[in-house]
Design a protein around this ligand. Structure first.
Ligand code: 4AD
Length: 419
């Protein structure tokens, strides 16, 4: 097997070529003649002239055994070797193809890709989950306070995309994002990949939900088409409980033409309050939705992705657009919740009105820090909005993978930074 697909090439060799070092896991170079295979199992096989064991592998020490199906949790213990298992190599091919699919979607829809910085001086989300960066200890005093201001690993490229949305009508970024969340949950990492888009001249949240839905649909269809065999391995053997509709689609998009389910936060709270389900966290208008609530809402809506819109104003960061409603004060924010995972995307219309934005920044004492952000509203401000999609959560959702650590090559989370 060379990692190009799940299929391995059958090699037929005479017994003289047998080598005791030729064991499961060893690295080999083989030359021979490719022939039509007499067996139905594969179209071709290689009749070997030469087999050279390039790198031997002691089968007793090697953690994976021939013809054994190892679970994701078991292989996770070997982050340096798990890419050699069928399940993880399938995952990595799917991850690679899904990346291509997302870039293709944006290209086909006239988005300009922006490389937003990994090092930044802003805390976009204001949640204080920042990794601060400093040079390692040096003899040279000059190196201390390298940037002259506190600098962090980015939690989101949104504010940099907003800068660009003043010059381009559609922009996106897709890169690593960092959160110092002290969480051991199955859907949080300290380093994850986020797809973020920003759209100018928005009229309403629907301009965003449309992009979110289209991107989700287009990427999923692409992955199902280009990685059918790898996806099949997951659905049949790795995550066998995962539902696939009879048409072979993960979600029966055809049943809901035009749009996925959309409910407001207030409706969501009503649904949760009326439910007979026992939740660990009780619900009331104004509370943050927990994973258990999100998963229930998805189930309630028929186990398909569902948008929840118009969250309480006070729950959202300073940039979210004020709906100016009473008595339940909300922001034009939207989350996309998906089966198995809960929140997959978070987005909002941005507050483009200078006076309202300035008042909010003053309220939270950030008007000086964000004077450049206010400039964006001073000079040719346009209504705009955007969203971020957690790429690992997307893979969890389409493959039915329970733990986020199993969909990223090298997971980083609190108390763990292996390799
Ligand atoms: O909802 P979040 O925090 O939104 C933002 O950061 C916005 N500034 C994005 C934007 O509008 N441009 O994060 C977006 C998504 C979440 O819905 C979730 O899928 C994922 O990023 N996410 C995580 N994924 C893995 N591990 C974590 N610790 C994550 N935190 C957020």
């Amino acid at each position: 097997n060379d990692g190009s697909s799940l299929q391995s090439l059958q090699i037929v060799a005479s017994s003289e070529l047998n080598d005791p070092l030729l064991t499961f896991g060893s690295a080999v170079e083989v030359t021979g003649i490719l022939k039509k295979s007499p067996s139905q199992k594969q179209p071709v096989e290689l009749e070997a002239d030469q087999i050279h064991v390039v790198g031997e592998c002691n089968p007793l020490d090697f953690p994976f055994k021939i013809k054994e199906r190892h679970g994701l949790e078991y292989i996770r213990q070997f982050p340096h070797l798990r890419c050699r298992t069928n399940a993880f190599s399938s995952l990595l091919r799917i991850r690679s193809e899904a990346t291509t699919a997302i870039h293709s979607y944006f290209k086909e829809n006239d988005f300009v890709q922006i490389h937003t910085p990994v090092i930044t001086s802003n805390d976009c989300e204001g949640a204080g989950e920042l990794f601060q960066i400093e040079p390692s200890k040096s003899e040279n005093e000059e190196d201390e306070n390298f940037f002259s201001v506190p600098a962090f690993l980015t939690v989101s490229g949104q504010l940099h995309l907003e800068v660009m949305s003043g010059a381009f009508s559609r922009v996106y970024t897709f890169g690593p994002t960092f959160r110092a969340e002290n969480s051991q949950s199955r859907r949080h990492l300290a380093e994850f990949y986020m797809v973020e888009a920003e759209v100018s001249f928005t009229q309403s949240l629907e301009d965003l939900t449309k992009v979110m839905e289209d991107m989700f649909r287009s990427a999923t269809e692409h992955v199902l088409a280009y990685c059918a065999e790898d996806v099949d391995l997951f659905h049949k053997h790795v995550t066998p409980g995962h539902k696939v509709s009879p048409e072979g689609h993960l979600f029966n998009f055809g049943t809901y033409p035009g749009s996925l389910f959309l409910i407001t936060y207030s409706e969501a709270i009503d649904i949760l309050n009326r439910s007979s389900e026992k939740f660990d966290f009780s619900t009331h208008w104004g509370c943050d939705l927990q994973t258990e609530h999100e998963k229930y809402l998805v189930k309630h809506c028929g186990n398909i992705p569902v948008f929840v819109t118009d969250y309480p104003y006070d729950l959202k960061p300073f940039y979210a657009r004020d709906n100016e409603d009473h008595p339940q004060h909300t922001a034009a924010a939207v989350d996309l919740l998906v089966p198995g995972v809960g929140e997959l995307c978070g987005g909002s219309l941005r507050e483009e009105r200078l006076d309202l934005l300035r008042a909010r920044l003053e309220e939270v004492g950030l008007e000086d820090t964000y004077s450049w952000y206010l400039d964006l509203r001073r000079f040719g401000s346009v209504p705009h909005g955007g969203f971020g999609l957690g790429f690992e959560r997307y893979l969890q959702c389409i493959l039915g993978v329970d733990n986020i650590k199993d969909v990223i090559p090298f997971p980083r989370f609190s108390h763990s930074c292996l390799l």
